[in-house]
Design a protein around this ligand. Structure first.
Ligand SMILES: Cc1cc2nc3c(=O)[nH]c(=O)nc-3n(C[C@H](O)[C@H](O)[C@H](O)COP(=O)(O)O)c2cc1C
Length: 277
């Protein structure tokens, strides 16, 4: 339900200017009206921009509307310093991440924009040690099999000139496998939590929505002193294994595709400097 309370409306036209679906019609000398409300994407702009509280929307009851606390917003310099100093800190310790920090990281991810405000990003947080172990194991097993296949003499002879970079990675992979056998989790950087960003498989903006959510979450993690690392290695293995197997290993809903995976943990050290890009 959408409604403009005409007794409160000042006819300033702000709602009309911000609505992406052109629903409110505010004209001088006319009662405010709404058209085509079926195409509303429930983005809440109309509510957030209205100064008098005249705009009403059933998706946003009063308790879901908040005044922006401008006095606590970070300065552009603070935001820039956070962006510049964020690093993929791989010195993750076994110290568990406080639940409050995890909640804030998830909330930051949820506030990212999504195409047509469709909010289809599923945030799946994995903190269970057995699951983390199984993901590491599945990832390394997949890549070790691939490396063994690539190392077969006839295959190597044909592929190496074309995939030189991939062949250069094989020694790193062997080191990782050795570390794994010693009880470490090198391919997930010993993360104590993994955050999987997924959307339903056929959704056209899955990658964009997931990675925007990722970036919000990563900056929040940095602000909280929690390390985050993009799990491209794991994601590649999951992509090559196929959606069905990947969703099983990651524990995401059936028919979902993971477009970003974030490794999280409490770092042993903090960086004192940042280098220019
Ligand atoms: C798409 C993508 C995939 C990545 N995959 C991995 C990965 O598998 N393992 C890892 O340790 N870091 C990974 N990273 C982190 C990059 O290595 C890192 O962002 C880059 O070196 C810059 O360092 P910074 O994040 O500290 O600024 C990935 C980053 C991106 C954007």
């Amino acid at each position: 339900m959408i409604n403009i309370n005409t007794s409160l409306c000042s006819k300033c036209g702000r709602c009309q200017r911000v609505c992406p679906a052109f629903i409110p019609v505010i004209k001088k000398g006319e009662e405010p009206r709404l058209r085509n409300i079926e195409v509303c994407i429930s983005c809440g702009h109309c509510i957030d921009v209205c100064h008098t509280g005249a705009y009403e929307h059933s998706a946003f009851p009063k308790e879901k509307i908040h005044l922006v606390k401008r006095d606590i917003l970070p300065s552009p310099e603070s935001v820039m310093e956070l962006i510049r100093s964020r690093r993929s800190n791989r010195t993750i310790t076994a110290t568990p991440i406080p639940q409050k920090s995890l909640d804030m990281i998830l909330e930051a991810a949820r506030y990212a924009p999504t195409a047509e405000n469709s909010q289809q990003v599923n945030l799946h947080l994995i903190t269970d040690d057995v699951m983390l172990y199984n993901i590491e194991k599945a990832n390394l097993r997949f890549f070790m099999r691939l490396a063994r296949f690539m190392s077969l003499p006839p295959i190597k002879w044909v592929l190496k000139p074309w995939l030189r970079k991939l062949y250069d990675e094989i020694p790193t992979l062997l080191t990782m496998n050795k570390e794994f056998k010693q009880g470490l989790r090198p391919s997930i950087c010993n993360s104590t939590a993994l955050l999987v960003f997924s959307t339903p498989k056929g959704y056209a903006f899955g990658s964009q929505d997931c990675n925007l959510a990722y970036q919000n979450a990563s900056l929040m993690a940095e602000a909280l002193g929690v390390s985050q690392i993009y799990m491209g290695f794991v994601q590649t293995a999951m992509f090559m294994m196929g959606t069905t197997r990947a969703s099983k290993i990651l524990g995401i809903p059936k028919g979902h595709k993971a477009f970003a995976i974030m490794g999280l943990g409490i770092p042993a050290i903090r960086y004192r400097k940042y280098t220019e890009r």
